[in-house]
Design a protein around this ligand. Sequence first.
Ligand code: NAD
Length: 362
Amino acid sequence: MVYDITLIPGDGTGPEITEATKRVLEATGIEFHWHIRQAGVSMVEKYGTVLPDNVIESIRETHVGLKGPITTPVGKGFRSANVALRKSLDLYVNLRPAKSYPGLRSRYEHVDLIICRENTEDLYAGIEFQRGTPEMEEMLDFIRRVTGQKLSHDAAMSIKYISVPASRRVLRFAFEYARANKRRKVTAVHKANIMRLSDGLFLQVAQEVAKEYPDIQFEDRVVDNMCMQLVQKPEQYDVLALPNLYGDILSDLSAGLIGGLGVAPGANIGEKCAVFEPVHGSAPKYAGQNKVNPMAMMFSGALMLRHLGERAAADRIEAAIASVIAEGKYVTYDLKPRPDDPTAVGTSQVADAVIARLRELS
Ligand code: NAD
């Protein structure tokens, strides 16, 4: 089988880590037909956007994208490429694994978390009211009439919107992921003790969905307690399902538990399409220097293989990267004890080392 994949190298250091990742994916023996689409700051002059329509059209056709980071141009009026992709393709879940590997400098061992963040609503739905506008006045009047609360007019407002369909699909995704990947437990995270109606609804849907998956343990945690638990004993948690805002915060917290950006993969997934990419940005100051760590994008490539059902190849890539990290020899500056370590290797040498390890594992 040959997989059609839209490959978006991005800009900054994106093309270098994309090339390294492409080589590693091809070294598994799986065949890909890469539909290469350009996005990034160099597109602005021709298309007026960092993300030309042909990128989205290609992902609609192939259903799967592998994406390098894209620089957001400075100045007003530029929509973030990630927001545009998420909205156009209805990528409703942001999946972020956080796994510790021996050899990564971190305060923790045995972290193996999967964060499933709802990607489309909550306080991030963009329903906001500006201070001093007629719309804001109307909202304040409405609130006074309906709830009796007289709020200060010297204020702005963002609406927290939680729906049953969006909550249900992210929770089902979390349980399906747990089942497909032999994980033991899903924890729903909320603040239903205070936001009894919005977060309470998310919790209620979580409890209903959990009944559909009797083979997977289910529990819930209040978000503040969850933060403390993750810092104290992250090894007790497995798959987490969260509304948008808590998911955003806890996914960065979890990346911090395992040693940072250079190894943190991610994916945005919808019913029809999925886009896999590292969590980090384009690190433009290192562009063209063969310097930055390609492992986060390689791990994202492994996530993509899992999504395609190529679980054995995904396991092999992860094992090969883990072995390179554990040895500590062929790693970039960010994984060395000091960033100016002269023995640090470059992006393409990391790819060479991972490919050599993959061949040994075959
Ligand atoms: P960044 O993640 O690009 O870089 C911050 C710092 O982290 C870098 O200077 C570097 O020291 C380190 N770093 C990042 N990736 C690394 C890697 N693979 N290996 C080693 N070190 C690494 O964050 P930023 O500087 O805030 O953003 C740069 C640009 O990227 C901005 O325009 C931002 O909007 C964009 N961005 C894009 C995405 C995306 O496309 N998904 C995500 C985040 C940021």
